[in-house]
Design a protein around this ligand. Sequence first.
Ligand SMILES: Cc1cc2nc3c(=O)[nH]c(=O)nc-3n(C[C@H](O)[C@H](O)[C@H](O)COP(=O)(O)O)c2cc1C
Length: 215
Amino acid sequence: METLQPHPDLHPLIAQRRSSRLMEPQRPVEPWKIQLLLEAARSAPSSNNLQPWRYLIFDERNPEALQKARECLTPGNQKWANCAPVLILAVAEEIRPDGRHNPKAFHDLGTANENLILQAIALGLNVRPMGGFDAEKACRMFNIPSGYTPVIMLAIGYPAKNLEGISEDILEKERSPRLRLPLSSIAFLGIWEQPLPQSEMAPSSLRDSPTPPAP
Ligand SMILES: Cc1cc2nc3c(=O)[nH]c(=O)nc-3n(C[C@H](O)[C@H](O)[C@H](O)COP(=O)(O)O)c2cc1C
């Protein structure tokens, strides 16, 4: 593993994203922003355009449901995620409307989630995904029908301004370096484990504008 230094030619949204746990508890997220996150999610590509993503939103508009969603989290996640004013449960539709299994449902939900996360970063929000929650409990509590699988809970909020009261172990985790496998162990050329030659940096025209012009 190596410490992640975002490549200088990455799109700033991708370079800036990180899963911070530090959320401002008293600052709600505006409903129109939450709606925009969901618009970003539903714009994602999906296998056969089946769109196997479903979202349950928990925020101050229904405090009882928000409390129940918090109770589904593992104690380790509750420690920091109880500060998040919004939780979103991302659910995969594993069984297609025609009764067949959709083997790409988890992939497509993940794609939609990353759209949602990047849109949140663009709006100045923090997002941290959590696999640490009780999915069966969530199904019972929120009437999630069979064929639908809760996959991930997303904690969302504005970045915390005041770090007083946040425990030292959480702050330490936030400060720890972000580790990644090197590119050479995740990408090959043509045949498994055939090294991919290192390319030149991006052309200077692309460096000036990270978004390529429309064709
Ligand atoms: C599917 C998934 C499950 C995760 N589960 C948890 C979790 O339960 N608790 C937590 O604090 N972080 C969780 N994370 C966050 C990861 O630990 C984090 O994305 C990873 O360390 C990389 O850090 P970065 O997102 O800041 O680049 C999860 C992330 C993903 C994608």
